[in-house]
Ligand binder design. Structure first.
Ligand code: PLP
Length: 881
């Protein structure tokens, strides 16, 4: 079962737990390692932050602190250019100047603090080795940035009254030489020894409680300098953390942590507050730049927790990485890597032939290429090459292809993008990924690969197809619950929320009306209560759109008479899908003009069409067969035509009303035939209609529908009206973004300006009424079974079908009490396992029999779908002002 944190904004408290949770008794040898990257050490105020953070850890936790720093930002790139022999003198002079200037900013005397170091840097530029640039000289050059920044920082922190010691990382980290490693990597991309017996004791004899040292550098076997390679400072911190068996390693950077997607592509990406080492490793390897993938293994092996934290926003929870991280299965992140090269090999002989694959792979090895993903079939093997792991130049690929051509037919497919879902228990999630499969169904997928550790699932598609796909996939993962964002122990705020503040949502109407609701509940539950002011407010937000000429309310969402009166009072027409509905409309509003009623049925019997024409309401038809079988019903009539534009949209498979799987709409392939058949019967088609689904989140969807239909309308000639359907969403879950109504409006206004001659009609249902409705229930029993606590209510799937039918989410609140909370499943009284209103919900811990429970946003498709299954009575209804 999902365990949720108890507060909705647990940022601060969780941060405190992060500290307290891992602290034992204060001891002289207990260390916390803090690593700061380039941007975190390049400004004076950042050094103040470093001093403050270090001091706080020592004071609060009684630990000693080791600060590992990178070079000032941009300095390593300059040193790399110098190491390449590029403009050496000018670059060294500029670096000397830069560090002197920074001394000035820190109120330090440059000669006293950095004199020797700057002289050493200058000496490297006049060294005899500058001509041949041997690797040991390059390593020394590259090491200067960290030596300078750490020396500067130690001096500054001391000048601020903090007792900081300085140590040379090369005295503590020893490079190991691996078999098969090239001379280059043995000097400039080394690993370090991790079996330091007594390392902690020796290191702890240094006199100050706080120390500062360098990332990126270590001691080569020959006594000179070796470099850890790119991302090396993270790895240095991890080595120190592992060798010291530190309380934890904190990586301080300029982003809040690891996210469920790259926030640059996906602003809705969620901060991942807790990850298992293996997940973090996978996310770092498949794209996140926050943490170098190499830095995780040392901490994992030593059991040292890691945390990624934001220097500018230290109050955020960051990402905590350890072995105990919640094992909740689910997709934690989605990433995209570009520039992937696929090599597809079509067999001439047989793959099963002994040694055949070995021959193939030997050829990759010969060209120094390491293979990332593999897919194989009877006659084809396709592998991917990741450019971040390989030098994949055209030359290399040509040479490889030539070699492979000796044993098979080769095709190189590039550029491709690898889209990877990362999370524990991927195999158990496949059923939740149907919408993701559907999305990929529209692309050409070259390769699908599922890792043997069950942590990742990768799709390789053309790079061009991947453009803009991630926000869509991310939203789909949340919607299908493959990504369990509601688990507050793992998912933190979204990037958008962090950058721009939490969404400003007006409080629901029922907040602050507790007494009134309790007294209504006292008259009997289950009971629906509708707030008409909310209905009016939503109606006005739509009718204020200048591009929209007419609004019809889809009454199947909620046909309560007061709601119909309210909306007709707001100038809305009413859209009906059955004779029962339009008879109800005329019974409720006997004087309504027939042209304000629209009939859009599905597979209705002949007599309902006849009745509709008799009443003089607008009739929409969506198939030819009806014209052929009942010509007399339609002859010389005016109708609207409902079209299936070939795809459906919406919050759940079951509410998509377009595409081959849906029963609605005339397919485009029969469009011409319909128009011809209608012409023969003297039928005038005056409207075109499409309604592709419900709960569509993309505000640009409707402008697309209008454009599509307007294009068709131009070809018919008799069209006056274009009806782009309903389907506007509401934010049911706490994390759902508010529907971007201004963007929706702007899209319609723009497209209407392009096709001004048609009247634009919308027919929303849910959007107008969902938030106006609350379902009041009474608690019947509270029961614990096998660790799951359930709150039972006197209404369930009989009163509100949406959770059982669509896995829909509704907020659930206890109106009778508040206080300390616990996690419950909220269930109904129906004899079905699917009779669950909400799982893993936070409610007052002492929720008990007789409490009044409010189920929020139940105004649409609530009472309308209620039933008497198990012979339980229908809920009562009440409209209030
Ligand atoms: C149900 C329905 C609507 C309303 O859909 P919502 O998602 O509630 O906005 C609109 N048009 C037709 C034809 C419908 O069947």
């Amino acid at each position: 079962m999902v365990s949720a944190a108890t507060t909705f904004h647990p940022i601060i408290t969780r941060h405190q737990n992060l500290i307290k949770g891992t602290v034992a008794v204060a001891e002289a040898n207990r260390w916390v390692v803090l690593k700061f990257g380039g941007t975190s050490v390049s400004r004076r105020n950042r050094w103040d932050t470093i001093g403050r953070l270090a001091g706080k850890r020592m004071a609060d936790e009684g630990v000693r602190v080791l600060v590992v720093v990178s070079a000032l930002s941009g300095v390593t790139n300059e040193l790399q250019a110098i190491a390449n022999g590029d403009d050496v003198d000018a670059r060294i002079a500029a670096l000397v100047e830069r560090h002197r200037a920074f001394c000035g900013e820190l109120d330090l005397d440059a000669d006293t603090v950095l004199g020797e170091r700057l002289a050493a840097l200058q000496a490297l530029g006049t060294d005899a080795r500058v001509v041949t640039r041997p690797l040991d000289w390059q390593a020394e050059v590259l090491a200067q940035g960290e030596l300078l920044s750490s020396t500067l920082g130690a001096a500054y922190l001391r000048s601020q009254g903090l007792d900081f010691g300085w140590c040379d990382a090369r005295d503590w980290l020893d490079a190991v030489s691996l078999p098969n490693a090239s001379a280059w990597s043995q000097r400039l991309s080394v690993n370090c020894r991790l079996d330091g017996d007594g390392f902690g004791e020796r290191f702890s004899t240094q006199p100050t409680r706080a120390l500062i040292t360098q990332g990126f550098i270590s001691r080569h076997g020959d006594g000179s300098t070796a470099i850890l390679g790119r991302g090396g400072s993270d790895t240095s911190a991890a080595y120190f953390g592992a060798l010291l068996k530190a309380q934890r390693v904190e990586i301080w950077t300029d982003v809040p942590g690891m996210f469920s997607a790259n926030p640059r592509d996906v602003p809705e990406a969620r901060l991942l507050t807790r990850l298992h080492y293996a997940e973090a490793q996978e996310i770092a390897t498949t794209g996140a730049k926050v943490l170098h993938p190499r830095s995780i293994a040392p901490c994992r092996d030593a059991g040292v927790p890691m945390a990624i934290l934001d220097t500018e926003r230290p109050e955020l929870p960051g990402t905590r990485i350890d072995a105990t991280a919640a094992t909740v299965p689910g997709v934690k992140a989605i990433s995209r890597r570009n520039g992937i090269v696929l090599v597809s090999m079509e067999s001439i002989g047989m793959w099963q032939q002994v040694g055949f694959l070995a021959d193939v792979f030997e050829r990759f090895k010969r060209h120094g290429l390491s293979i990332d993903l593999i897919g194989s079939s009877e006659t084809n093997v396709t592998v991917s090459l990741d450019p971040s792991e390989n030098l994949v130049t055209t030359n290399v690929l040509e040479a490889l292809s030539a070699d492979l051509a000796e044993i098979c037919r080769v095709k190189v497919i590039a550029p491709c993008a690898a889209i990877t879902l990362v999370g524990r228990g991927m195999r158990s999630l496949l059923h939740r990924l149907s919408d993701i499969w559907a999305t990929f169904g529209r692309q050409h997928v070259h390769l699908i690969s599922q890792s043997s550790n069950d942590l990742n699932l990768t799709f390789v598609i053309d790079e061009a197809d991947a453009e803009g796909l991630l926000p869509h996939l991310h939203a789909e993962l949340i919607r299908s619950r493959a990504m369990p964002v509601r688990d507050a122990t793992v998912f933190g705020p979204s990037w958008r929320e962090i950058a721009f503040g939490a969404p400003q949502r007006a409080p629901a109407w029922w907040r602050g009306r507790r007494e009134q609701l309790l007294s209504l509940a006292a008259q009997g539950t289950p009971r629906y209560v509708y707030d008409l002011a909310t209905v009016r407010d939503r109606a006005r937000s739509l009718s204020a759109t200048s591009a929209v000429d007419r609004c019809f309310y889809a009454i199947k969402a909620n046909p309560h008479p007061e709601i119909l009166r309210t909306l007709v009072g707001e100038g809305f027409g009413l859209e009906c899908v059955s004779q029962g509905e339009f008879d109800h409309v005329f019974a409720t509003l006997p004087h309504i003009t027939p042209s304000r009623v629209l009939f859009t049925p599905s597979f209705a019997p002949r007599r309902e069409y006849e009745a509709a024409f008799e009443r003089g309401i607008i009739v929409t038809l969506d198939n030819i067969e009806a014209l052929q079988r009942w010509p007399d019903v339609f002859r010389n009539r005016t109708i609207w035509l409902r079209i299936d534009l070939g795809h459906g949209e919406g919050h759940h498979e079951k509410v998509k009303t377009g595409g081959v799987a849906a029963k609605f709409g005339l397919p485009m392939t029969r469009f011409d035939a319909f128009v011809e058949e209608a012409r023969k019967l003297g039928i005038r088609i005056s409207g075109l209609h499409a309604h592709l689904g419900s709960g569509i989140e993309d505000p640009q969807h409707w402008r697309g529908v209008y454009a599509h239909l307007a294009g068709l309308a131009d070809g018919i000639g008799t069209i006056e009206t274009i009806d782009i359907g309903g389907g506007l969403p509401i934010p049911y879950t706490p994390e759902a973004p508010q529907f971007d109504l201004p963007l929706w409006r702007a899209g319609l206004e723009e497209i209407k300006a392009a096709y001004p001659r048609y009247g634009l009609v919308i027919e929303p249902g849910r959007y107008l009424v969902a938030e106006s409705g609350a379902l009041l229930l009474t608690t019947t029993q509270v029961v614990e079974k096998d660790g799951v606590r359930r709150v039972g209510c006197d209404g369930g799937m009989n009163a509100l079908m949406r959770p059982a039918m669509y896995e829909a989410y509704h907020g659930i609140f206890n109106l009778s009490r508040d206080g300390d909370t616990a996690v419950f499943d909220v269930v109904g009284p129906i004899c079905e396992s699917s009779d669950v209103i909400g799982r893993g919900r936070t409610l007052p811990a002492d929720t008990a029999e007789g409490d009044v429970i409010l189920v929020a946003d139940a105004g649409a498709y609530g009472m309308a779908m209620a039933n008497t299954y198990n012979l339980r009575a229908l809920p009562a209804e009440e409209a209030i002002e």
